[in-house]
Design a protein. Structure first.
Ligand code: CA
Length: 230
């Protein structure tokens, strides 16, 4: 999942970035609302974490502008202010959730998962496709009773594909979800990850189909009698 972090406090931001990166998010960090607006004009994120107290434009105004510009990604606001009117105002302006500083990382992770599930209309922390089950809360992949070992980028890729399955995902967006800005892998390298995933998933009847000029999608290699595509 690609996450945009908007936070002006360097210490807080690097702590959050470290924690979220360890949890498998591709985190890109900007220190101001203005910079966030610039970035969002050209790039796509799955979710945003926005500090309320930013220099010049604050997090509420940023959220309002994002919604005005038609951006629908979930937004979680971080705030040290406990005032009810701030929260109500933030929700009115289009934020999806709040977290009061200071907070513990597991709580932030749980709230992000809940927001992502809500935005993808999934009802549980487990994503599934065919025999594959991805337990996002426990970071565990299983199929046919067997555990599947996935590296961090493989995990991010399969999670992204699963969330969108059976629809195809754009290769550029998949790349962004896998890397963010600062640990770049190339578009060509994605095929290496996809072929590793094929090696792990095909024994369980799941294929990763390359759609030329666009990207990838998951497919069931053997249609079971009771499996029906939506
Ligand atoms: Ca701040």
């Amino acid at each position: 999942m690609r996450l945009l972090l908007v936070e002006d406090d360097v210490m807080v931001a690097s702590g959050i970035k470290l924690g979220l990166s360890d949890a498998g998010y591709a985190v890109d960090w900007v220190g101001s609302a203005e910079r966030a607006e610039d970035v969002l004009q050209n790039e796509t994120f799955d979710i945003a974490v926005i500090d309320l107290g930013l220099p010049k434009l604050d997090g509420l105004e940023l959220t309002r502008r994002l919604r005005c510009n038609g951006l629908t990604m979930p937004v979680l606001i971080l705030t040290a202010r406990d005032a009810l009117c701030d929260r109500v105002q933030g929700l009115d302006l289009g934020a999806d959730d709040y977290l009061l500083k200071p907070f513990e990382l597991p709580e932030l992770l749980a709230r992000l998962r809940a927001l992502l599930r809500r935005s993808q209309a999934a009802t549980s922390a487990t994503l599934s496709f065919g025999a594959l089950q991805l337990d996002t809360a426990n970071h565990e992949a299983r199929a046919n009773g067997q555990s599947i070992e996935l590296g961090p980028r493989e995990w991010t890729a399969i999670e992204y594909l699963l969330i969108h399955a059976p629809k195809p995902v754009n290769k550029n967006k998949l790349l962004q979800a896998m890397t963010g800005w600062d640990k770049g892998i190339t578009l060509n390298a994605i095929e290496v990850y996809m072929s590793r995933l094929r090696g792990k998933l095909e024994p369980h009847g799941i294929g990763v189909r390359c759609i030329r000029g666009f990207g990838y999608r998951l497919e069931l290699l053997e249609a079971l009698p009771d499996a029906r595509a939506e």
